[in-house]
Design a protein around this ligand. Structure first.
Ligand SMILES: Cc1cc2nc3c(=O)[nH]c(=O)nc-3n(C[C@H](O)[C@H](O)[C@H](O)COP(=O)(O)O)c2cc1C
Length: 345
């Protein structure tokens, strides 16, 4: 059924279809069809899982960048997601890069994007999350706040942007992810260097300790880091007692694609996600988990389409998994289907 719908959806520009589909889902929910959607797609049975001291309804989350502005939380909850990572959120609103900036590579079951942190800005999103919390409609859905810096902020001042976002969102999110690994903000990935990371992360930890309730703080890393760079991240994470890592973001590599090179050349710069990223991101997860003997909890992201894909990530040591491109290709049944395979093991 979704395969047919996908064929139709794929006839239209990806970014437009994204909002069209989510708005259609919202319309259906408002006209009272929500219960039917949940009956179809919400995973049956008890899949609760505790990580970072948080009780997740299940281990399957939606990766950052899908609901950048926290506008579709109820709809995503109906589809069974255990957690949704909103963002990346920056202090000031941003339009992002020029369109088109999202491309499908159907032969590879992949996407390329150079969105560039388009978002409503932290104030608007914090307000939205506040009313979501107040309406008590969350019923267990866990919200992650993925935070970044504005494009115009120089890297030396990046820590201030992370601080603004962290403070504004602190009352309304359950955990934080510091994003320094998106390829679409010029220079951002340089912040993955150990001393830059130390400055940003330790500063946020100090602010965190001053709050009545602390939020787990995680770091999201790129799949393109060298082993030396991953070792640096691991050393730092252990030293400063970071709560966890999200591995991985999209890749800048175009290796091994089935799609014609002329097509990918014409698309140009951007982060590649989906099936071509799967192996690389599993390797990163496995490397971190083996090297630290599981001391650093990991959320796996990259090329997860099926229960078997998710199991590969949990076998590699990940506690939780996130989908994004897989959701586009597999459709609304993805959470239910993965939960069947990676329920409490
Ligand atoms: C269109 C698009 C936008 C994204 N935006 C963000 C973002 O704003 N912040 C972030 O940390 N990751 C972002 N990502 C990366 C995803 O969260 C995820 O880590 C990556 O796509 C790998 O997972 P996948 O293969 O399941 O898609 C984005 C991915 C896509 C496809």
């Amino acid at each position: 059924m979704y395969k047919l719908l996908r064929q139709i959806l794929f006839l239209f520009p990806p970014e437009r279809v994204h909002y069209l589909s989510m708005n259609a889902l919202r319309f259906l929910r408002r006209t009272g069809v929500g219960k039917i959607i949940a009956a179809l797609y919400y995973p049956k049975g008890d899949h609760h899982f505790t990580a970072f001291g948080i009780r997740f309804p299940n281990r399957v989350g939606l990766g950052a960048g899908f609901d950048k502005n926290a506008r579709y939380l109820r709809e995503l909850q109906l589809l069974g997601f255990g957690f949704v990572e909103t963002g990346t959120i920056t202090p000031l609103p941003q339009a992002g890069n020029d369109k088109p900036r999202l491309f499908r590579l159907p032969k590879d079951k992949a996407l390329i994007n150079r969105m560039g942190f388009n978002n409503d800005g932290v104030k608007v999103i914090a307000d939205r999350l506040k009313s979501w919390k107040e309406q008590k409609c969350s019923s267990g859905l866990i919200i992650g706040g993925n935070i970044g810096k504005n494009k115009a902020t120089p890297n030396e001042d990046a820590w201030k942007d992370y601080e603004v976002c962290f403070k504004e969102l602190h009352p309304y999110v359950d955990y934080f992810v510091v994003n320094v690994s998106s390829p679409n903000t010029p220079g951002l990935r340089e912040l993955q260097e150990k001393e830059s990371l130390r400055k940003i992360l330790t500063h946020l930890q100090v602010i965190n300790r001053q709050q009545a309730q602390q939020r787990p703080l995680l770091l999201k890393i790129a799949p393109d880091l060298s082993l030396e760079q991953i070792d640096d991240v691991i050393d730092l994470a252990l030293e400063i007692k970071l709560d966890g890592l999200v591995a991985t973001n999209t890749t800048i590599s175009r290796e091994g694609l089935l799609t014609d090179k002329r097509k990918t050349d014409a698309i140009g710069a951007g982060g590649l996600s989906g099936k071509p990223l799967e192996k690389k991101s599993t390797e990163v997860v496995r490397y971190i988990c083996e090297k630290t003997k599981g001391k650093i909890p990991v959320i796996a992201s990259g090329g997860i389409f099926t229960g078997a894909d998710a199991k590969e990530k949990t076998d590699a040591g990940a506690l939780l998994v996130q989908v994004w491109t897989g959701f586009i290709y597999e459709g609304p049944g993805i959470v239910k289907s993965i939960c069947k395979t990676i329920s409490i093991q």
